[in-house]
Design a protein around this ligand. Structure first.
Ligand code: FAD
Length: 471
């Protein structure tokens, strides 16, 4: 009521946001700190808000997922509205032109939902997954691939390409037991499949050396600490990880931190070949360095059976392939080499090489002309890198830019015409889901979870969502 009153009586500053992940919500939060009466409407393609907090962050990282409480507070404010289940792009009736007509400004914060590929033969054969597909699956995302495509019980060896936080999450999820995972928000079907995996050896392979490893000390320590997991490194790969001038490639203030990480890795069991591992029945994690994927071999069923790698050598911190090759036999591959964003509006200037919207401190140009009222935040601004802290810092930067535009008088007060917006959404053939609606689903998930002794039991069927919000 209060919200409607504001909207009807006064012309006000208003912001339309495409996306409702951390990039979107952090920016809105910092904007609303200064402008308490700005109307902020989030348009989100999924029925739920919070982006990768729900569908990316690993279930056993509930400390990170807890940010949902703070985000829920923002979406419950009378001056914000959530339109879940509403996709916005150049082909939808609700497009950039309509948003710009109805709002003082538009913020693009739609994240990075594509995959960087290896660009080698057979990379999409059976048993090969982009990390995004696998992560969406274990997080029971609404767009996840079906269970019958996730076959984890036909091989003892899996390879993870990449060693960043997502690679570490996948390795941890594959290493943990039912007992370790059962209390989190992992679906019963996922638990059944993931905890019955037959994987004994996880080979985590990176092109570069230990100094360049993308994981943090905390992340690798946590993985190494999983019960029932041995961690191994290969002597020659560790030795060759250090160039004569490798110290100089690291900023002086980061050297101590890096040394701590490298010392931790060097403390893991050092071997020369896999025959030297302990025969204690535990799972094995092999941290491999200086290997670049060259070719994927598949068997006669079209399933991955082996990966050939070029050994690399480091030149100024970069991995340069040598003629020497090595191979790992495996029945599963998780390519964890990064997410990438894409352009959703033809007029918005986009750098397809770095997969980001071209921007100056969050200010976006259209057809090469800097726009007064179009902004960007989150991974579509920065590229898919960093953790929530990075996204927060960049969101504050964008919020500051929007503030300057407001203070400079560049943004016109505009009251959204909800009759027009709702009729365009209806034209797309979808029913929008409000935050109150989503809270009903969320509360149901928590209640169902309690019955099973877990944090929440996620709803994965959109029909069930609509059934729950009818009440
Ligand atoms: P997103 O979170 O992806 O949000 C974008 C939103 O836009 C989504 O809700 C999406 O559905 C929506 N959207 C997309 N297209 C459209 C469209 N056309 N119309 C409407 N809506 C659209 N950080 C940590 O600090 N700790 C962790 O443990 C951690 N784990 C991670 C694990 C994984 C697997 C990944 C991928 C990331 C992890 N991160 C972690 C990083 C963190 O998730 C990101 O920093 C953050 O989510 C980026 O926010 P964003 O808003 O840019 O993108």
């Amino acid at each position: 009521m209060f919200c409607k009153f504001i909207h009807k009586r006064f012309s006000t500053l208003s912001l339309a946001v495409v996306g409702s992940g951390p990039g979107a919500i952090f920016t809105a939060k910092h904007l609303m700190k200064k402008h308490t009466n700005i109307v902020v409407d989030f348009y989100e393609k999924f029925p739920h808000p919070f982006g990768l907090i729900r569908t990316g962050v690993a279930p056993d990282h509930q400390d990170v997922k807890n940010i949902e409480h703070e985000f829920s507070h923002i979406l419950s404010l009378p001056q914000t509205k959530f339109f879940g289940n509403v996709i916005v792009n150049k082909d939808t009736p609700l497009n950039l032109e309509i948003l710009k007509k109805n709002y003082s400004a538009v913020l693009l914060a739609y994240g990075a939902h594509g995959d960087i590929t290896l660009g080698i033969k057979n990379e999409d054969c059976k048993g090969c997954f982009n990390s995004r597909n696998f992560v969406n699956w274990y997080n029971s995302s609404f767009d996840r691939i079906s269970n019958d495509k996730i076959i984890l019980n036909k091989t003892e060896d899996c390879v993870i390409i990449g060693n960043g936080n997502v690679a570490i999450d996948i390795a941890r999820m594959l290493s943990k037991s039912f007992e370790d995972l059962k209390q989190f928000d992992v679906g019963d079907d996922v638990l059944e499949i993931i905890c019955n995996n037959t994987i004994k050896n996880i080979h985590m392979v990176a092109r570069r050396g230990v100094n360049q490893a993308a994981f943090t000390t905390k992340e690798i320590r946590e993985l190494h600490g999983v019960k029932g997991l041995n961690t191994y490194i290969f002597e020659d790969e560790i030795k060759n990880s250090f160039e004569a001038d490798s110290e100089l490639q690291v900023l002086p203030n980061e050297r101590r931190q890096l040394k701590r990480k490298v010392d931790l890795v060097k403390s893991f069991d050092m071997i020369n070949n896999v025959n030297q591992i302990k025969k204690d029945g535990r799972k094995n994690l092999f941290l491999r360095f200086l290997n670049r994927p060259k070719e994927i071999i598949s068997d006669n069923t079209g399933t991955i059976s082996e990966i050939i790698f070029n050994k690399t050598k480091l030149i100024k911190g970069q991995a340069v392939a040598t003629e020497e090759t090595t191979s790992i036999k495996c029945g599963l591959l998780f390519k964890s080499i990064g997410y990438k964003s894409h352009s959703i509006f033809d007029t918005v200037d986009f750098n397809s090489k770095s997969s980001v919207i071209i921007n100056d401190k969050g200010k976006v140009s259209e057809n090469k002309v800097i726009s007064d009222n179009l902004f960007v935040s989150g991974w579509v601004k920065t590229g898919a890198k960093g953790v929530l802290d990075t996204t927060l810092r960049e969101a504050v930067d964008t919020a500051d830019t929007i503030n300057k535009q407001i203070e400079g008088g560049f943004l016109k007060n505009k009251t959204p015409n909800y009759d027009e917006i709702n009729s365009l959404i209806a034209k797309s053939g979808v029913k929008p889901i409000s935050f109150k609606d989503w809270e009903k689903v969320s509360n149901y998930e928590i209640e169902e979870g309690k019955k099973k002794g877990k944090i929440r039991d996620k709803v994965t069927d959109i029909n069930k969502v609509f059934e729950l919000i009818k009440h």
